[in-house]
Design a protein around this ligand. Structure first.
Ligand SMILES: Nc1ncnc2c1ncn2[C@@H]1O[C@H](COP(=O)(O)OP(=O)(O)O)[C@@H](O)[C@H]1O
Ligand SMILES: [Mg+2]
Length: 295
């Protein structure tokens, strides 16, 4: 992927964001980040693996990335990335810490927010807690280029809320019929909600690119036919034993084995995501929409 004119646009936006922060503190906050929610129908299909490696890849390409473990039920990005953080999203929600306290700076361009353990879901938060999280995350939107949310699996209110309000929803499935059925069920539920974001499907753990494409084509054609939902093929990440190895070593795949098949799959996925990135600010703030507040 060649250097995008986005780099210039990014600088410009950064300057504008700073200017805006100084002059118009809150009322006219303009988003700068593109929010990408990673979700799946079934658990264990590779969401966290993909989110972590995608976040690193995008940050290495100069994007300011914030990776948020939004799986409020079974958060584990901290484990996958070997991050030790005494505090997490739950402390922000409870007002005990600021996001800056909680964000772990992994690299120049990459910050990670560990997941909130012990919180049932965003839908269960009180109005005051929502407002607090909203303000904290809204600030983050203005200070980053990409916010990647590693969502939980399945059709929870939490996943639906995050998914509906993202700019791009990355759905992950494996070729396994159960995973395919569950991802289709998620698309079906999403198709009945007021906002369905553009969906990109990633087939993980395929044994060949051909198998991955077949799965992707099948899901896309059934969703188009029965749900009138367009699903873009966002590529395949092949089954690669380096992926579980990297988890055991507690070192992300793209750093541990950058030339592995799966790491190449992630690089192609990053290309695909950046190819639609023209530096525009497409819609109103994600977190404002999510929490239904204006500030
Ligand atoms: N492309 C792949 N090839 C082989 N194993 C994979 C691949 N992607 C993920 N895995 C393995 O699958 C398991 C579940 O992955 P994880 O990312 O935790 O899924 P999720 O976040 O969807 O629950 C992990 O053991 C991981 O190492
Ligand atoms: Mg996970």
């Amino acid at each position: 992927m060649t250097a995008l004119p986005t780099d210039q646009a990014t600088d410009l936006r950064r300057m504008m964001a700073n200017h805006e922060a100084a002059v118009l503190p809150i009322a006219k906050a303009t988003r700068t980040a593109k929010v990408i929610a990673v979700a799946s129908g079934k658990g264990g299909v590779g969401k966290t693996s993909i989110a972590v490696n995608l976040a690193i890849t995008l940050s290495k390409r100069g994007r300011r990335v914030v990776l948020i473990d939004a799986d409020l039920g079974t958060a584990n990005i901290d484990v996958a990335m070997n991050i030790h953080s005494a505090h997490d999203l739950s402390h922000v929600i409870r007002g005990e810490r600021s996001l800056d306290d909680v964000a772990v700076r992994v690299d120049e361009n990459l910050s990670v927010i560990a997941g909130a353990s012990g919180i049932a879901g965003v839908a269960d938060l009180g109005a005051f807690e929502r407002q607090r999280l909203l303000e904290a995350l809204g600030r983050m939107e203005r200070e980053s280029d990409v916010i990647l949310l590693d969502c939980g699996a399945g059709i929870s209110q939490n996943v639906l809320a995050f998914a509906q309000t993202a700019h791009r929803l990355l759905l992950v499935t494996t070729p396994e019929p159960t995973a395919v059925a569950d991802v289709y069920a998620l698309v079906k539920v999403l198709s009945r909600t007021p906002i369905t974001p553009p969906i990109g499907l990633v087939v993980n753990c395929a044994d060949s690119a051909r198998e991955g494409r077949m799965v992707s084509d099948r899901v896309a054609s059934v969703a188009a036919r029965f749900l009138s939902v367009a699903i873009d093929d966002f590529g395949q990440i092949l089954r690669d034993e380096n992926m579980p190895l990297s988890i055991r070593r507690r070192s992300p795949l793209v750093s541990l084995v950058p030339r592995s098949t799966a790491a190449r799959g992630v690089a192609i996925l990053a290309d695909r995501i950046l190819s639609g990135d023209n530096g525009a600010n497409p819609t109103p703030g994600f977190f404002r929409k999510l929490f239904g507040h204006f500030y």
